[in-house]
Design a protein around this ligand. Sequence first.
Ligand code: GLN
Length: 484
Amino acid sequence: MHNSTIAQLAEGLRAGRFSSLELTQAFLQRIERLDPGLNCYVTVTAEQALAEARAADARLAAGNAGPLTGIPISQKDIFCTQGVRTSCGSRMLDSFVAPYDATVVERFKQAGAVMLGKLNMDEFAMGSSNETSFYGPVRNPWDTGCVPGGSSGGSAAAVAARLTPGATGTDTGGSIRQPASFCGITGIKPTYGRVSRWGMIAFASSLDQGGPMARTAEDCALMLQVMAGFDERDSTSVDRPVPDYRAALGGSVEGLRIGLPKEFFGEGLDGEIATVLQQAIDELRKLGATVHEISLPNMGLSVPAYYVVAPAECSSNLARYDGVRFGYRCEAPKDLHDLYCRSRGEGFGAEVKRRILIGTYALSAGYYDAYYLKAQKIRRLISEDFRKAFEQVDVIVGPTAPSVAFKFGEKTADPIAMYLSDIYTIAVNLAGLPGMSVPVGFCGRLPVGMQLIGNYFDEARLLNVAHRYQQVTDWQTRAPEGCA
Ligand code: GLN
């Protein structure tokens, strides 16, 4: 069962080949057996999962089930879950239990999905390797000496190791796409505003967006169908009808115009990755797509602009963790100042502190124009680059990451090297566009992802292109050794 996709499992449940309870038990057993070596889960909600599975079986029997009823799904530990700890990978929230469900969590519940647990992540989603988590790093199931990517590393590794059929992730600068690429799975970051951010702990509010991570594009379509849609509780949620993503998978790729940005294929990209990507692009060509060279001239400014905007927003969002209202509080504070300083000093890890410092500096009087305002102007230029590109092409294709999964510790001493892991993904967040990562091969034993970037609200097209590709290739079916 664990090697089946969500679509196959849904069919099996409907046909009565197995129950949701059996399916849930099978995944819980795998988690018990394999997760100690991988560290994907911060919390496993076994009892709750079994109760939800029983309820799903009743719903299936009554004939009022939806496509995800009875399907186990795991949540990144950034989504608030009523009655279950939401740690956000931080000591600060180690004992935080939200009194409500995030909209995304609520929607999976309404769909009848079964939550297996909460997945490990970089602290407050800041990182590209999962090494900043208070709960220790997640291991990449393809090579346990390597990182799974981040910040949604627990989600990506859990899907790849078959410890869940599908997981949620969030992507502020690449955190769905880069770990999907490192772990050989499929993930999509939707258009900003497509999926509600309500109850999703904020890192950089103008960039954060939740999305699905699963083995196939079809499974991502099924999950996105549940996640997407207007939410009046999130003021940046967009009130626009949600298309039928699965129905869109039947579309043709014939005549699709693919743009290859020359800035994505130059210096800095690993040669072996370039070769693997070329083969994937040839497959799309065989399916009838045409390929065009394009340029996104301001791409080189995306990482520096992001590392002003994201820390600025994080310094403001994380001001709420003051040791008073919720979260970590230091022992025996001398006075209020000491309470603030020590609670934050002890509760946050090094990367989070680094970002708060950078952000506070960039926003301070006298520096605001030089940094924050300038970064916002660059952001506009980057959006313009994409706008012009989408006048010529339908989809932009490139690498998801400049390398395959790297070794633990390889980039921890050099934050800039770590930040460059997102060199191909960050511009998409700055522009608010949808982006996807699809497994397209291997370098040695480590998976390679191809990134697909679409115009605003063009998720259906991205999913369709990925699905067509997955119908003629089988990378998405490969399992890491010991996980099949
Ligand atoms: N790696 C990037 C960062 O550290 C992106 C993280 C994310 O998308 N949440 O900020």
